[in-house]
Write a protein that binds this ligand. Structure first.
Ligand code: ADP
Length: 510
């Protein structure tokens, strides 16, 4: 079983308009204008399938973040945005969703050359879900309501009060996003913040700035007023840290590693900024003895190998009933061996490279650590051909135990650890929950009542039963334990961007 690889030396099917767009230095979006970094610095963006430089992007730092925050503050306090009706805000968000769909091909191609993922996957998943997030959130703009509340404590005989709550936008929001779903993470962050009436400074990932910069152009095309969304490309320790600790930012919304999430909390603590975090995971995926294996095997394969394992919610710890363990592991290995690796723009590619040399080294380091600790390694599909791309073949590690690094830590690559279990009991649940993370989980079984019982006991923000990776703009997503604070998407995300004010009025006494 060999992996078929197709790694062109350049990006052959890139449309000419996109080539022209990439040929120009890309700038930062501050106060409605595209501007170079104050320092004049730029950084190079590479195609992870070829190692070739494909674009030059302005490298924002503290000085640019300061300007962006000032612009966002102005737009929040006094610009047309602050006076826009909820209905007009909703229409604008809807238009942004429409523009994303109109530019689906181009955005998917940018994801392919920048992140490495296959273009068809980016189009079907990343782009579609991004548009959906704006469309879904556009409906909330007119439905952010308070309550009238009858009060008792101070309502002495003869006095009369009227109390209401009024949800208000939190203000200027700093948002920091990772590289695994560059466009989608921008959409998950921007759409709810805009729905609530906040203004934003968005720090995009240094590995993958392109699609979010193109989205910035679409935001302006949709008619978003100046300064409402400002986009800073740049590095975490400079631009990211400046944003997370900025004294005029009211709230920081972060998606990324748990390690950096903890730094964000520290940076935001000096003035007690609001913080929401969507962090790492090491999600258990449990196959019960009665599972329909025609669903569970491809499902477990996709749970770990979708997006090359670079998903915070990847089903990376597989638990399979001993009676079917070998069959399931062999089945996943056979499925994974058929995955076609290649350039994200090449026809038929199902899995691209990892995003960067750093990730390549990191994931290979984990694979080596697994071997050293005595895990048995199944390489699905054989060796990856030579070349500059950061390709890693899918791996399944068996003979693992809970103390191993590969079982405890998030690898963020195409590496599955698989363990058999004997009973559906507390020991199984305890082992599935034996992680500092609690982002997602999967359960597979024909007896859905029993699968639900297991689902209820799992300490995770999302549990999929007989499916995996099912996302929807209407469903809240986020983590228990060290997987984060707060929820993305659904009605739940609105609270990330709102303060609640209680207003009590004395109506007079009689
Ligand atoms: P990953 O490990 O997936 O690369 P990170 O958590 O390192 O994810 O990065 C996610 C985002 O956080 C990126 O936009 C990155 O630039 C940013 N970042 C990294 N370090 C910091 C930091 N110290 N302060 C603020 N943002 C940071």
């Amino acid at each position: 079983m060999n992996i078929r690889a197709d790694i062109p030396s350049s990006s052959p099917t890139l449309p000419p308009e996109l080539r022209a767009w990439l040929g120009k230095e890309r700038h930062l979006l501050i106060d409605g204008k595209w501007v170079p970094a104050r320092s004049g610095k730029t950084f190079e963006v590479t195609d992870p399938a070829t190692g070739e430089v494909i674009a030059k992007v302005a490298e924002g730092d503290k000085a640019d973040v300061d300007l962006a925050v000032k612009a966002a503050r102005r737009a929040f306090e006094s610009g047309p945005w602050s006076k826009m009706s909820p209905s007009a805000r909703g229409r604008l968000l809807h238009k942004i969703g429409d523009l994303i769909l109109e530019h689906a091909d181009e955005l998917a191609a940018l994801e392919a050359i920048d992140n490495g993922k296959p273009k068809n996957v980016a189009k079907a998943a990343d782009v579609t879900l991004s548009a959906d997030m704006f469309h879904y959130m556009s409906g909330w703009a007119t439905k952010i309501e308070g309550k009238s509340i009858p009060i008792s404590a101070l309502a002495a005989p003869g006095s009369d009060f009227f109390s209401v709550t009024r949800p208000e936008p939190i203000g200027v929001v700093g948002q920091i996003i990772p590289w695994n779903f560059p466009l989608l993470m921008a959409a998950w962050k921007l759409a709810p913040a805009l729905t609530t009436g906040c203004t934003v400074v968005l720090k995009i990932a240094e590995e993958t700035p392109l699609s979010a910069l193109r989205l910035g152009e679409l935001l302006l095309e949709a008619g978003l007023p100046d300064g409402v969304v400002n986009i800073i490309a740049g590095f975490g320790e400079t631009a990211g840290a400046a944003l997370a600790g900025h004294p005029d930012v009211n709230k920081v919304a972060f998606t990324g590693s748990t390690e950096v999430g903890k730094l964000i909390v520290k940076a935001a603590s000096h003035d007690l900024k609001r913080v929401s975090l969507e962090l790492g995971g090491k999600s258990p995926n449990i196959i019960l003895p009665d599972a329909d294996l025609s669903l569970a095997i491809p499902g477990a394969n996709a749970a770990i190998f979708f997006n090359h394992g670079q998903c915070c919610n990847a089903g990376s710890r597989l638990f399979v009933h001993r009676s079917i363990f070998d069959k399931v592991v062999d089945g996943i290995a056979a499925e994974a061996s058929k995955i076609k690796l290649g350039h994200g723009l090449s026809e038929g590619t199902e899995m691209g490279p990892l995003v960067s040399s750093v990730q390549y080294e990191r994931v290979n380091g984990y694979i080596a650590a697994g071997r050293d600790e005595g895990a048995k390694e199944i390489v699905c599909g054989g060796d990856v051909p030579n070349g500059k791309g950061y390709f890693v073949a899918p791996r399944i590690l068996t003979d693992v135990n809970p103390s191993m690094k590969v079982v405890r830590e998030e690898i963020f690559g195409p590496v599955l650890v698989a363990t058999p279990f004997d009973e559906i009991d507390d020991a199984l649940i305890a082992e599935a929950n034996n992680s500092v993370y609690g982002l997602a989980a999967g359960v597979w079984g024909k007896d859905t009542g029993r699968a639900q019982q297991v689902a209820h006991k799992l300490r995770a923000g999302t549990v999929w039963v007989n499916c995996y990776h099912v996302f929807d703009a209407a469903l809240p997503f986020g983590g228990y334990k060290q997987s984060g604070w707060g929820r993305e998407m659904g009605q739940a995300v609105l609270s990330n961007y709102l303060e609640t004010k209680a207003i009590t009025t004395r109506l007079g006494s009689n």
